[in-house]
Design a protein around this ligand. Structure first.
Ligand code: ATP
Length: 371
């Protein structure tokens, strides 16, 4: 594989096209680092290659290239999952290739994905600095798209396992949302144990905090609730200073977990079992206090999502039919992207046959107009 050592531009003989499975010769020009994670680096780049239909060499992009050390013992789950998923609210993988680093001589896996200009963490921060929140219609559209992506993934049994605002890409000019970072994702098999030390602390479901070995895709729904709450509050809702204190933060909103919760999640749990109720009102009133500036339908949705017991936590399809989203179904529903003088309409209900199957009997409710 020819390489132009440690340069921003290099040519590769074999870049695999994810859609066709064929490999092409390409020149990659990297020009901007857009993300640096625990394991990988994400750079913005353009690719120069010959597209078969017109047979001329052209520059394509921009793309986002995620580079992580190539796995030697087992297949990369991130690549495996991104190769098979195909959904408007999940970042799409366009190409992939392995390349030897000129710095440490190790082989790195490169995932070439469509590039979005921002993520939800930056959007929340942008509005917070102006002392606003993301406008409600945008919040609804983003939440709906995020839940749609979860309906799709959970339908295959795939759990993302690291839902948080920085892993949710957005394009504010089209109010489009796509989940990224499948580095922690896994297909969860029923009754099979998985590591519980996944997910970023503020967004970890309570069952993960107490070390539940057999959890479900409902851990992502907890993350969804934390993300919705963060859009309303402008900051993470549960900011525990240690893994155990995270549970205390949660109990400040939900009350302490029932004793049965600890036993059901993990009979081996030996950590602190919070028992004291830290507020005197009902849980509903506590939600109203904390989300005092949020509309009642949003509070009702959060009450259904932020639930200790994953069996009673809302499912993606029950979230999608919640009244919080009724506005999106109105025929004249339009949003003004940030800074735009003209509104745009969004195509949020273009469900595939597979998604309609997953919705089951709720499909009619979801597709009927609210007017
Ligand atoms: N396709 C993309 N388009 C635009 N930006 C992207 C894209 N993919 C990733 N990013 C940006 O790069 C950041 C890091 O990406 P990613 O989370 O996949 O890497 P990571 O190494 O797993 O990071 P972390 O350890 O922080 O989770 C993201 O938060 C996002 O802002």
């Amino acid at each position: 594989m020819p390489q132009n050592n440690h340069s921003d531009e290099y040519t590769l003989d074999q870049v695999i096209n994810n859609l066709s499975g064929t490999s092409n010769r390409m020149t990659v020009t990297e020009y901007n680092k857009i993300g640096e994670g625990a394991f990988g680096t994400v750079v913005e780049a353009v690719l120069n290659y010959t597209d078969p239909p017109n047979n001329t060499e052209e520059t394509h992009g921009p793309f986002a290239i995620k580079r992580v050390p190539a796995q030697t013992e087992y297949k990369s789950r991130e690549l495996e999952i991104l190769r098979v998923v195909n959904h408007p609210n999940i970042v799409s993988l366009r190409f992939f290739f392995d390349k030897k680093s000129s710095i440490d001589g190790k082989i790195y896996q490169n995932l070439v994905m469509e590039c979005l200009p921002s993520n939800l963490q930056s959007e929340i921060k942008y509005y917070r600095q102006l002392k606003y929140t993301i406008p409600y219609p945008h919040m609804k559209a983003y939440t709906f798209q995020l839940t749609r992506a979860m309906l799709y993934l959970h339908g295959f049994g795939i759990s993302h396992r690291d839902i948080k605002p920085s892993n949710i890409l957005v394009d504010p000019s089209s109010v489009t949302l796509k989940i990224c970072d499948f580095g922690s994702a896994k297909k969860l098999e029923p009754n099979q144990s998985s590591v519980s030390y996944i997910c970023s602390r503020y967004y970890r479901a309570p069952e993960l905090i107490v070390g539940c070995p057999i959890y479900t895709t409902k851990i992502d729904i907890w993350g969804l609730g934390c993300v919705i709450a963060e859009m309303f509050l402008g900051k993470p809702i549960f900011q525990g200073q240690s893994p155990e204190l995270q549970l205390k933060e949660i109990s400040k909103l939900l009350g302490p977990p029932p004793k049965t919760f600890y036993f059901k999640s993990n009979p081996q749990y030996r950590g602190n079992m919070y028992q004291n109720k830290l507020f005197s009102c009902s849980v509903e009133d506590r939600f109203k206090q904390i989300f005092s500036n949020s509309p009642p339908d949003a509070i009702d949705l959060l009450l259904k999502i932020l639930v200790y017991d994953p069996d009673f936590r809302a499912s993606p399809r029950s979230v999608l039919v919640h009244p919080f989203f009724y506005e999106l179904k109105k025929e004249n529903f339009k949003v003004y992207p940030r800074g735009a003088s003209e509104p745009i309409s969004l195509n949020l209900f273009n469900f595939s046959k597979y998604e309609l199957e997953l919705l089951g009997p709720l499909k009619d409710e979801l597709l009927k107009s609210s007017e």
